[in-house]
Design a protein around this ligand. Structure first.
Ligand SMILES: [Zn+2]
Length: 466
């Protein structure tokens, strides 16, 4: 029942946008919920998810045997087994609760996907970026796809409703060119009169993107964290002339120096967005404080150490376990993501009861190890972020150090290669590499991932590892 004709897709999208409109009020209200209301909802949603997983997924049924799903509460998932991307991909068909969802069929769908299209008439399939190495496939049900969009859009809509002088909503998107990626696909499905979308593939030449944005004059700007740095440079140079009221950085860790440059260039606080192909939009930055509020009505996020033990408030977690409460079609229960996270404990000035996480700084996969010495990406970032002439960079681990590809910010900017090399050498030496090998190469541009347009900033030597 594939709706292949463009008329069919358009009609289907109209129904989907109508459903979006039906759910919007409730999803906006949830952002205002008290902690008690939120907890009741989360526990109820968790139990419903577990019941559905047990009903429809042979894989989960076996793993959840012996667990009393009716006594579980959202803040205590310790009794449930965890799962990895490897589990998801190796038991794909048995994990889904809908027998139409098979790896073979979804891969075939992705293979020919160039624009947003339904799978089996009502589902959506996205591939995960692969920035962590291993590719994943996520499948969303009808209502779940709405929540992927509203996970971010409701915050934007609430913000614009609170500041009505901002005028109509034109979302400027500078993201993936291909609809196998979530951000692009979901924006295409739900483009509607309330939220006009102007999308520019991140793989276009920068001057083309800048010209497009200048013509579109978006009221909000959403782009990859790495691209935000480039656009901030363009704005500072006077070439990009837009006045977005809301700036979102997605998909990649937002480096402090990029945030600073973008806030200076656009005069508005930058909100980080923590989204994943598996959990949708998991957290969105707050206007009144740093960090991001977790969409706690949609996902449970457990910060843990490398051995999956809970990590205390304020401490840096090595990874997180995500339970997706809104997509029972492909139950992800305590699903491992290698994103670092820190839970903040102070209540937020904005009044939201949704817990706040510090901005995601990096991924465990970004850490380079040399013998027994681990080098955090921060060692490279602190140096590279200081040099304004470097618009973008990629750090490739070498046996005894690193090779850095640096793209200059503008024609007039000269990267001080000798100084950067010396500073990196010093940084690595202080971090525990006695005589590091550092090579800095200035390049015209960096190669982005062919389909997602993401930039892999840190490439470990054994980049085949997860
Ligand atoms: Zn807040």
């Amino acid at each position: 029942m594939e709706t292949d004709t463009s008329d069919g897709v358009a009609a289907r999208r109209q129904e989907h946008v109508a459903r979006w409109g039906e759910l919007l009020g409730d999803r906006l209200e949830r952002t205002q919920w008290s902690r008690a209301t939120l907890d009741t909802h989360r526990t109820g949603a968790l139990r419903a998810l577990l019941a559905e997983a047990r009903r429809g997924s042979p894989w989960h049924r076996e793993r959840l045997a012996g667990i009393d799903v009716h006594s579980i509460i959202a803040d205590d998932l310790g009794a449930l087994p965890t799962m990895t991307k490897d589990d998801l991909m190796s038991h794909f068909d048995d994990i889904a609760t809908d027998r139409r969802v098979t790896l073979e069929a979804t891969e075939a769908h992705l293979r020919d996907l160039t624009t947003d299209r339904y799978f089996e008439g009502d589902l959506h399939v996205v591939a995960s970026g692969g920035s962590s190495g291993q590719r994943g496939v996520s499948v969303y049900g009808w209502d779940a796809w709405v929540d992927v969009h509203l996970g971010l859009a409701r915050h934007l809509i609430a913000d614009l409703m609170a500041r009505p002088d901002a005028g109509g909503t034109v979302m400027g998107l500078v993201t993936a060119s291909n609809s196998t990626h979530m951000t692009t696909a979901v924006a295409t499905t739900f483009a509607n009169p309330m939220v006009e979308i102007r999308s520019f593939p991140v793989t276009l030449p920068v001057r083309t993107i800048v010209a497009g944005l200048n013509a579109a004059q978006p009221t909000s700007l959403t782009t990859y964290a790495s691209m935000l740095g480039v656009l901030a440079t363009e704005a500072a140079a006077g070439r990009l002339r837009i006045a977005p009221r809301r700036v979102y950085a997605t998909s990649e860790p937002l480096l402090p120096e990029v945030r600073e440059a973008a806030e200076a260039a656009f005069g508005e606080p930058v909100a980080n967005v923590w989204g994943t192909s598996e959990g949708g939009v998991m957290a969105v930055g707050c206007r009144q404080a740093t960090g991001m509020h977790v969409n706690e009505d949609l996902v449970i996020v457990e910060p843990v150490d490398e051995a999956n033990r809970p990590v205390a408030v304020g401490e840096r977690a090595a990874k997180v376990l995500v339970t997706n409460l809104f997509n029972p079609l492909q139950p992800l229960i305590r699903y491992e993501l290698t994103d670092e996270a820190v839970v903040l404990d102070a209540p937020c000035a904005c009044g939201s009861a949704h817990r706040r996480f510090a901005d995601v700084q990096g991924r465990l996969d970004d850490v380079f190890t040399y013998g027994g010495t681990a080098i955090h990406p921060h060692v490279f970032r602190t140096v590279l972020g200081r040099h304004r002439a470097i618009a973008e960079y990629q750090v490739r681990q070498t046996p005894a150090g690193a090779c850095i590809l640096a793209a200059a910010a503008g024609a007039g900017d000269r990267v001080e290669v000798d100084l950067v090399t010396k500073e990196l050498f010093e940084g690595l030496r202080q971090a525990g590499i006695p005589d590091p090998d550092v090579a800095v190469e200035v390049v015209a541009s960096l190669e982005r991932h062919a389909s997602t347009g993401k930039l892999r900033r840190f490439v470990p030597l054994s980049s085949s590892r997860r």
